[in-house]
Ligand binder design. Sequence first.
Ligand code: SAM
Length: 456
Amino acid sequence: MQLNISEFPSDTNIVENLKPKPFRTLHYLGSKLRMLDFIKKVANKEDPDQGAICDLFAGSGAVSQYLSNYRRIVAVDIQKYSEVICTALLKPCSDKKILLYGDYSRKSSIKAIFKEILKPITEYESQAMERGEHGDIEPLCDFLEHCSLYSASEYSATQGMSDLKSALSKTITNIKNFGRPAFLATTYFGGIYFSYKQTMCIDVILYETKRAPIEFQNTLMAALLSTASDIVNTVGKQFAQPIRPRNKNGEPKSRLISQLKKDREICVFKTFENWLRKYLRENSYSAKHEILCADYNEAINSVAEDVSIVYADPPYTRDHYSRFYHGLETICLNDFPKISKINIGGTMRLSRGLYRKNRHQSPFCIKSKAPEAFKNLFKKVARKGKILMLSYSPYNKSKNAHPRVMQIENLFSLAGRYFKYVESYSPGVFSHSKLNNTEKHLEANDNGELILVCRN
Ligand SMILES: C[S@@+](CC[C@H](N)C(=O)[O-])C[C@H]1O[C@@H](n2cnc3c(N)ncnc32)[C@H](O)[C@@H]1O
């Protein structure tokens, strides 16, 4: 029998329309924002009693945010930035005074001090940009290639044009003389992912956030992460590939200036204020949601009694999320990490994306480790007597995505070792499926999205 999932009775009613609408918190790979109603329908079909849901790989919090209107949520992810975002969504700040923090930061007395300290490099950057706009593009290309303060401190500003080296050295000295740990965003991301003027504003917000009342701090941080994700100057809004100013022949790219201006002139404080407005809301559901920054194994081991469904949306390709979002992790950890190095032609160099050393390497993204990771997931959820809803993400060849590390047929047979019933749902078609039906689903369904439901 094949039923269309849209044939399930709709639960849209007046109350539904009053629920806060979910919003996109981060530019996030594989966000389930467009699948929320489908996920809710499958959960309601499998567990009409509305038990709690554990969102095991919560990421940008899209699923937790939406389902939190209907059920108690336990949101889990290994990354700190996800914990910050999910906490802001599930335990929202409803005190309007938080909106003042945009203006507090803009008018902060520390801003004038930071501005003076960073003057050598912000002025250099502005001049390089201005010269570029007037056709003298070389200083701007050189700036983009050698402007990292972290790298300049590590290698004593030995690269780039002499005026740039001097601006970097003066800035490093000014920061040292300030004598307090500040300038995290400026040191790690200035010029690379944002303009230096923008990282200065991010650092002012970080400074003010640390001094804000404790009940505001998490939401302020979430709004800052969303701001960073909005304004980061990369293709795809990730932190993996800083702009390359030249093409393969070493010539400056023709659209460089417009590519830079698009993001680097966005006002940080205004964007931050807009995000604060989004995060400010009443808690619409009285249940006590939980948010955990933990490995999935640990989280399942201690999963609460009232959780009826474990919803799992693990990564499926070799792209580690920690590579794309290390910038967000560093901003919220504020821990001044060491940057990883790679071997290029026998010399150890800083990774181009300036990745954190020891960033999380997920077993789900490693071909040799993924089967064991999935086995653990199936085994542990089955032992705990919970229903597992496993999202299977699409492989979009046309977007040059990497293939999935695990194939659907392997997941099906692995799940079958631990669960009596394994069924698949897709937004278009629903059936009790054997594997060959599932394959049909994948073909029939334009985006290839599936949910495997495993239960005993
Ligand atoms: C596909 S994304 C989840 C997207 C999420 N459903 C959304 O809508 O934003 C996968 C997530 O798994 C997390 N992750 C990877 N390995 C993990 C592990 N071992 N334990 C917990 N979380 C992990 C990553 O940090 C990432 O946020």
